[in-house]
Design a protein around this ligand. Structure first.
Ligand code: 5RP
Length: 291
């Protein structure tokens, strides 16, 4: 039985000691299976060690939100610039050409929408992940909400079992209860719970103290962009996350709701892979937007 009255927040994250990557270029993967390593190598650029994933899974929660009215028109044209496409099976099948060779991270849980209580999710069949030729699978892991915490952690653990059976990496999409602070303590905890349950990638949100979130998570961390920001602010967010050790982004709204999504995609990519500073990346964005 845990002593719930003596929980001490960790503060010794060895921030100056990088994880051992002597056997594989991504942290936490030294002893992963050949298949997991091979799939991770398709998602994470082998030169930069980072990834730019394009997220368009929002519709299963919120329908045809701004920028995702037509995946065939809004997202498919951006695919060449992404390292990986993250979406739901129905949209991939109907709206991404089958000739696409970019890795797919399939959103593998589904359930309630924004109209009711979110995160009462269930897993889709792994047969669809195999059928879609998914390179990775993603599911929500939500902590701090009595209604959904156990359910999402059970879903997530089951998905990792399936992923391990077929050597498909699983990405944890973190969420924290609606009454909880969206800070490093709770996103750090959600990220760590994903990793403890066998995640190969964790998607979370940038917060103050993000270096501790990353250091406490032994597998690659990528950030969601969150709500739409002015382009320079979104690029600054990506930059700060990378400085804290994130290995990329799985970004949606800040790309597809941009006034120039293709230019934004290219600017994010240059910042992530070529180490452009935010001021350089916004210059690139403006040049491309006005070209
Ligand atoms: C909440 C998520 C989604 O996967 C979504 O992809 C978020 O992307 P963004 O915040 O960049 O729009 O994290 O289900």
């Amino acid at each position: 039985m845990a002593d719930l009255d003596d929980i001490r927040d960790g503060d010794n994250f060895g921030l100056n000691t990088p994880a051992d990557t002597s056997k594989f270029y991504l942290k936490g993967m030294n002893d992963a299976s050949w298949g997991i390593k091979n799939r991770m190598s398709r998602i994470f650029n082998q030169k930069s060690g980072r990834t730019v994933m394009l997220a368009f899974d929002h519709g299963f929660l919120m329908g045809p939100t701004s920028g995702l009215e037509r995946i065939d028109l809004n997202i498919a044209p951006l695919a060449d610039e992404a390292d990986c496409l993250m979406g739901c099976r129905g949209m991939i099948r109907t709206s991404i050409p089958a000739t696409n060779t970019k890795p797919i991270c399939l959103r593998t849980d589904t359930g309630t929408t924004i109209l009711t209580e979110m995160n009462h999710n269930t897993l889709i069949s792994e047969i669809d992940a195999l059928g879609i030729n998914a390179t990775a699978m993603a599911a929500m892991l939500a902590i701090g909400d009595a209604e959904t915490e156990a359910l999402t952690i059970a879903n997530f653990s089951k998905l990792v079992d399936i992923g391990n059976k077929y050597s498909i990496p699983v990405m944890g999409v973190t969420a924290v209860g609606k009454d909880m602070a969206r800070d490093a303590r709770y996103f750090g905890m959600a990220s760590r719970v994903c990793a403890e349950n066998g995640a190969s990638i964790v998607k979370t949100y940038y917060t103050e103290g993000f270096e501790k979130v990353v250091a406490g998570c032994p597998v690659p961390v990528v950030i969601a962009g969150g709500k739409k920001l002015p382009e320079l602010e979104a690029l600054e967010l990506c930059y700060k996350a990378i400085q804290c050790g994130a290995l990329g982004v799985d970004m949606g709204r800040n790309v597809f709701q941009s006034e120039a999504p293709l230019a934004m995609m290219k600017a994010v990519k240059a910042l992530i892979h070529d180490d452009l500073k935010p001021t350089e990346a916004i210059e690139l964005f403006n040049d491309l937007k006005n070209a």
